[in-house]
Design a protein around this ligand. Structure first.
Ligand code: BGC
Length: 740
């Protein structure tokens, strides 16, 4: 077809809305694909970066040239209504077919308004909150021209050495799956063609969080039943709620890189789960099959990636360079490329980009949307609802507004690290509220005696004396310490889980200087830390993670009791790094430690520390207390088609109102493969006024008890189960039922 005629034809096609009049998107994609050359179809499978954020090795590119040639289906790391509109204009007006570009970005825990890091948000156990926050992120991101976020990260992670533990929901399969669904619903909304909904992306498929030794990008070897019972369910949950895209991962799984893994990408994702969206590689992960030792060279990597089911190549340049020849040589079927292109185009239709390619890029909407007061309010609530009270000896918290406070620590005035890693497009300096600024809302200036004390990692002790003097002068000591934002996230694995640098030393010195004063430690960090020494040196510990734009205000709401802390850990805190990996749903072993003889020899234990963690999964304190009583089961025996109801009474026995996160656990006592000692099967976040009681009830069906056995059959076996309704994973079962 003559190029000029084609352009006119395309423009007319779009303006007259020929596509829009067609009844369904499939037919629209068919019509469009009939006009496309093989190169143009390959072009849709290619993603390059705008270079605003460098999240990996940059492969040099001439973006505008590729857009004009129809050689770029998607771009990452470009945002703002203007930038996206300008590039879209080139695609629509200057490429032969005028196919709009898809703009993607890492909107991980907020776009401009930054919420607590994902591990913190998970600690809220509040699905409405998670959904609402991802909705806000989508509102802001879409107003800046973005169509697609590379979120949620639904990798189960059980090794705090792994820096990316901060980006997920923690260690649990059930909770992780619920949270994964909430993110997708929030981002994608109920209608993708609206200009405020964006594509979600389930990543990193799969088992990325199980990297050996917690080292990022490292090898993963696991049985298929472990993969299916633990690592796949959150991904499957997102397919069930209609997630549009998946991202393959960097790691290999049982010898096969996950970006070239036909078993996980085609057999499971497409054939078993019937996923109808598209898969993007991780940043150059197709190329990385060469150093993995799986692909001979770049051509081979392109062949393996496309054939395995990676529909779009992020930043690798391999599809653009080699797919056409691979088709000519018969090494990649043209039908495979058609399928990838079709999936990508389908999402563009669903987003309404063929009706109006610019409907996301609206400068007025951008101005009106970002940092809306209600978004900032929601971020403040999120910071409070995510902060876990780990310790509160002698009721050190809440703080008394009439006292003077020594505010000490490298993160006390920080407004940079507070946004955490993957802080999106959130402005740090000048926008984020530090703890110091948060305190100013509650105290007069002369009630705050500030001293930085030390840096996060540097070992210069010259600020110690000033900090000690401040502690001596004040009524209460408030320490704000932790990691810097770059110590978690991608490529940020640590072998040492202590609070970094000389901060622990400063804590000790302050305790020695003021042995009888209350010391409160607020922590900001992206992973479970080893706090074994600090628990005896400070009175209270508030785990605030990296709490985001309104972090300082949200944290102070908790410190002063305006918000009664309710968050609970979704990840186990070990006593030391030697216990890692440690998680509540472990196996019992053949030699568990007997309850009545914890030090018995030749049992599965350590000789230097107990097996138990410092803080267990599901744990978090409140300013009130809750009593659990009266657990009742509707029956002690159920058949395969029956349901069981478990109820318990929860009473607020303290002096203030508050939320409680009530958890349901089950233990399948024996099976054709061994089952974890405890598995979370349900939870409810309830609000109880002081003195109030509520009956909480959970219904369990056979579906909830199913698992994959070692023949990879998903089913349930008759037998005995233990069951409990508990405030955390730290309890002993007292009730059982039998499945006949
Ligand atoms: C990360 C992904 C991210 C991508 C794009 C990669 O390095 O692993 O999680 O979405 O970069 O920025």
């Amino acid at each position: 077809m003559n190029l000029k005629v084609t352009i006119q034809f395309t423009a007319a096609f779009l303006t007259l809305g020929v596509f829009a009049q067609q009844p369904n998107y499939e037919a629209k994609v068919d019509s469009l694909m009939k006009l496309m050359t093989l190169e143009e179809k390959i072009g849709q499978t290619v993603m390059y970066g705008g270079g605003w954020d460098k999240t990996g090795p940059t492969v040099s590119t001439d973006n505008v040239k590729f857009i004009k040639e129809g050689n770029m289906g998607a771009m990452l790391n470009v945002y703002t209504a203007k930038a996206t509109r300008d590039l879209q204009k080139i695609a629509v007006e200057e490429s032969r077919l005028g196919i709009p570009i898809l703009f993607g970005y890492d909107v991980i825990h907020g776009h401009r308004t930054i919420f607590p890091i994902n591990l913190g948000m998970a600690a809220s156990w509040d699905m409405n909150m998670v959904e609402n926050y991802s909705r806000i992120a989508a509102e802001e991101a879409s107003a800046e021209g973005l169509h697609w976020t590379f979120s949620p990260m639904v990798d189960i992670a059980r090794d705090p050495r792994w820096g990316r533990i901060s980006e997920g929901a923690g260690e649990d399969v059930y909770l992780g799956s619920e949270i994964a669904k909430a993110y997708v619903k929030g981002y994608q909304g109920d209608d993708l063609s609206k200009n405020n909904t964006i594509l979600a992306c389930s990543k990193h498929y799969v088992a990325y969080g199980a990297a050996q030794a917690g080292r990022d990008y490292h090898t993963v070897n696991m049985s298929e039943d472990e993969l299916r019972n633990v690592y796949l369910p959150p991904f499957k949950a997102t397919v069930d709620v209609g997630v549009e895209t998946f991202m393959s991962a960097f790691n290999e799984l049982n010898g096969v890189p996950t970006s070239g893994n036909k078993f996980t990408l085609r057999d499971i994702l497409h054939d078993e789960w019937k996923f109808d969206g598209f898969v993007v590689s991780d940043y150059t992960s197709v190329n990385e099959m060469i150093p993995h030792g799986f692909a001979k060279d770049s051509i081979d990597a392109a062949r393996i990636g496309m054939n395995a089911g990676v529909d779009m190549d992020m930043m690798g340049h391999l599809y653009r360079k080699f797919l056409k020849d691979l088709v000519a040589e018969g090494k990649v079927d043209e039908a495979t490329i058609n399928d990838a292109c079709r999936r990508i185009l389908l999402t563009k239709f669903k987003l309404g980009l063929f009706d109006d390619p610019y409907h996301y890029s609206d400068e007025k909407r951008q101005q009106e949307t970002i940092y809306k007061p209600e978004f900032l309010k929601a971020a403040r609530e999120a910071a409070a609802a995510s902060s876990v009270l780990l310790q509160n000896n002698n009721n050190a918290l809440p703080l008394d507004k009439t006292k003077t406070i020594a505010l000490i620590g490298p993160l006390a005035k920080d407004e940079y690290h507070i946004n955490g890693n993957w802080g999106g497009a959130g402005d740090r300096k000048g926008k984020s509220v530090s703890v110091f600024e948060g305190l100013q809302e509650f105290l007069k200036d002369n009630q705050i005696i500030y001293a930085k004390g030390c840096d996060i990692v540097k070992d210069d002790e010259k600020g110690f004396q000033e900090a000690i003097d401040a502690a001596k002068k004040a009524d209460v000591v408030l320490l704000v310490m932790g990691e810097d934002h770059g110590m978690s996230g991608e490529a940020a694995s640590r072998t040492n889980l202590k609070i970094p640098g000389i901060q622990p030393k400063l804590i000790k010195k302050i305790r020695e200087a003021v042995p009888n004063k209350k010391i409160v430690l607020v922590l900001m960090n992206g992973r479970p830390l080893n706090l074994s020494e600090e628990i005896s040196q400070v009175d209270a510990i508030l785990e605030a993670w990296f709490p985001g734009t309104m972090g300082g205000s949200g944290v102070c709401d908790v410190l002063f009791g305006t918000y009664n802390p309710s968050a609970k850990l979704t990840i186990t805190f070990p006593r030391n790094v030697g216990q890692v990996p440690i998680y509540y749903s472990m196996k019992n072993t053949g030699r568990p430690i007997p309850d009545n003889n914890p030090t018995q020899d030749y049992k599965s234990n350590y000789i230097d520390v107990p097996n138990t963690p410092l803080f267990p999964f599901g744990f978090g304190l409140s300013y009130t207390t809750f009593q659990y009583s009266d657990l009742k089961l509707s029956s002690n025996e159920i058949g395969m088609n029956d349901k069981l109801t478990a109820t318990a009474t929860i009473t607020n026995t303290g002096t203030v109102d508050g939320y409680e996160i009530v958890q349901l656990y089950v233990h399948d006592r024996f099976g054709s493969i061994t089952r974890p000692v405890k598995e979370l099967k349900g939870f409810q976040k309830i609000f109880l006024k002081k003195g109030e009681s509520k009956t909480v009830s959970f219904t369990i069906s056979v579906e909830d008890l199913k698992y994959y056995n070692n023949e990879n059959i998903f089913g349930v076996e008759s037998g005995e189960f233990e069951i409990a309704i508990a405030p955390s994973s730290d309890f002993k079962f007292k009730h059982t039922f039998t499945l006949k």
